[in-house]
Design a protein around this ligand. Structure first.
Ligand code: BDR
Ligand code: CA
Length: 327
């Protein structure tokens, strides 16, 4: 049976990969998508999410708009410098898409988890604002989900927006703290693995030789890869961040090291703000069970996942909508 999934994303380039993967993969039943601010503003994240499901001929998958900013209302930067002004590496179609679903992304999470108790994996790959709001709407939510998987945090790896903080946690540290403190099974797919799961020019070449879904993905990756060339790797490589979390949530990518430990988020205003503090002190004894621990921290997973992703997109053929670049 495919895994029922709700995907919550701030739809930039790697979020688009995540939506395409979740929509196309036969082992995932994507019930709905929620948008959130982060890489782009929330309305643009909604538009890009709808565009991605429509590409796959799945405009029936509801996409609800979520939070426009963090729970504490502090002003925050939007990551246009990473994902482009359109969140699609400045190479999107810009064309209108179908309407958003009624209600908010948080309401949608609560409603679908109530409709399918114990069955839905909620996967959040942007700031955790919608999940924190959903917790506030329904205190029983932790008992209703199958689990929660996030792309976010860094256990042993350095941060990507500060020395220690990863962007999705940093953008709404208060929301992230609430999500880590809630008593649900949480899987943290952080920079420990996502900075090591990469696509390079050889993957792009294979995508360019595929149908229009694969070609679209190849086209929007250029700007994103240039960012990583400048900031991280010195050569054009793309971190697959969000799609790695989706695949681990679905069990289509199986971690090779993922201890269940106590974990919390620094939401103070000190230099550690946004850090995910994972208690890995037992590592020298093989990570013995910790009382009350409910966070599975993914530390290692197969790095060649890019090949699987490319295979899925190439086999998907042509998009159901016109994805050509406007003249
Ligand atoms: C995360 O931040 C965003 O830019 C990406 O989409 C990913 O979710 C990586 O830190
Ligand atoms: Ca994201």
């Amino acid at each position: 049976m495919p895994i029922k999934m709700i995907l919550d994303c701030d739809t930039g380039v790697d979020d688009t990969m995540a939506i395409l993967y979740a929509t196309l993969h036969p082992e995932i039943d994507l019930l709905a998508v929620g948008s959130v601010w982060g890489n782009v503003d929330a309305p643009l994240a909604t538009r890009n999410s709808i565009h991605a499901v429509e590409m796959c001929g799945r405009g029936d998958i509801p996409v609800a708009t979520g939070a426009a900013g963090p729970v504490n209302q502090r002003a925050q930067d939007i990551a246009y410098h990473v994902h482009g002004r359109d969140g699609q590496g400045n190479r999107g179609t810009g064309r209108p898409v179908g309407p958003a679903a009624p209600g908010t992304a948080a309401e949608q999470i609560v409603r679908l988890c109530r409709e399918h108790p114990g069955e839905v994996e909620v996967v959040a790959v942007g700031p955790l604002t919608n999940l924190a709001i959903a917790l506030g709407l329904d205190a029983e939510l932790p008992t209703l989900v199958r689990g929660v998987t996030i792309m976010g945090g860094a256990a042993l790896a350095p941060g990507n927006v500060s020395e220690v903080a990863e962007a999705n946690i940093w953008h709404d540290a208060e929301a992230a703290a609430a999500v880590f403190n809630a008593p649900w099974p949480l899987t943290m797919v952080g920079l420990d693995v996502t900075m090591r799961t990469l696509m390079g020019p050889e993957h792009v070449a294979r995508l360019e030789a595929g149908g229009t879904i694969a070609q679209y993905q190849a086209r929007i990756m250029g700007f994103y890869m240039d960012f990583f060339a400048r900031e991280s790797f010195g050569r054009p490589l793309s971190c697959m961040h969000d799609v790695v979390a989706v695949a681990i949530a679905a069990g289509t990518l199986v971690p090779t090291l993922a201890p269940v430990v106590n974990a919390r988020v620094d939401s103070t205003d000190g230099p550690g703000r946004g850090q995910t503090l994972c208690d890995l002190r037992g590592m020298y004894m093989g990570y013995p069970a910790q009382e009350g621990a409910h966070c599975r921290v993914v530390l290692e997973s197969p790095a060649d996942f890019g090949d699987d992703f490319v295979d899925l997109l190439v086999n998907a053929g042509d998009a159901a909508i016109d994805v050509s670049e406007p003249a």
